[in-house]
Design a protein around this ligand. Structure first.
Ligand SMILES: Nc1ncnc2c1ncn2[C@@H]1O[C@H](COP(=O)(O)OP(=O)(O)OP(=O)(O)O)[C@@H](O)[C@H]1O
Ligand SMILES: O=P(O)(O)O[C@@H]1O[C@H]([C@H](O)CO)[C@@H](O)[C@H](O)[C@@H]1O
Length: 161
């Protein structure tokens, strides 16, 4: 039987239908979240605190392979990455996207606030212009903890060598 938190995992279509009844401001972020770490959970908590609900767009496995992160990525398959995110208190909804970028998903959900971590220059992202186009905000949350999936994998491989 699925865990209760798995109810947070929904399709783009189902969430778009419910968009009008979501508590505002609606915050949106996206990413691969291949090996969940402290940097992720801290920024997701901060993102949630910016609004009344948080939607996380998650790259499908096919979509991750388009990003060039490495032949062995993702390490964790999409169902697992989405379940871990859904188990977090800060996360209200988890939605998979199949494309290389979350542009179509953002256009379907029209969030009030778009958030990424501090490794992104928001002014350089087409997603930011999209959200700003309907009066929304786009901002990056500065890193509090220097962590990354890539660094963790390097560490694991160095120990295994
Ligand atoms: N250390 C961190 N602190 C805060 N936010 C982070 C951190 N690392 C990543 N993020 C944010 O988390 C989201 C998902 O990032 P991502 O999956 O690329 O994490 P990552 O650990 O950097 O992975 P990879 O090493 O595979 O690129 C992005 O919005 C990114 O800006
Ligand atoms: O986990 P990542 O590498 O932060 O996720 C990517 O973010 C991209 C970003 O929103 C724009 O460069 C996005 O295009 C990509 O699909 C991943 O979600």
């Amino acid at each position: 039987m699925p865990s209760p938190f798995e109810r947070k995992i929904v399709t783009r279509e189902a969430l778009a239908v419910r968009r009008a009844e979501l508590p505002a401001p609606v915050v949106f972020t996206n990413g691969v979240f291949d090996i969940l770490h402290r940097g992720h959970v801290s920024y997701l908590a901060e993102a949630r605190a910016l609004g009344a609900c948080l939607i996380v767009g998650v790259n499908s496995d096919t979509s991750v392979r388009m990003l060039g992160k490495g032949d062995d990525r993702p390490i964790n398959r999409e169902e697992d990455r989405m379940a871990l995110l859904a188990a977090l208190e800060s996360v209200d909804w988890v939605v998979r996207f199949e494309e290389k970028t979350p542009i179509d998903l953002i256009a379907a959900l029209r969030p009030d606030i778009l958030v990424k971590g501090g490794d992104y220059d928001m002014d350089a992202l087409p997603e930011s212009s999209l959200v700003r186009g309907w009066g929304g905000r786009a901002l990056a949350i500065p890193f509090e903890h220097e962590r990354s999936t890539t660094a963790l994998l390097k560490k694991v491989r160095a120990h295994g060598a």
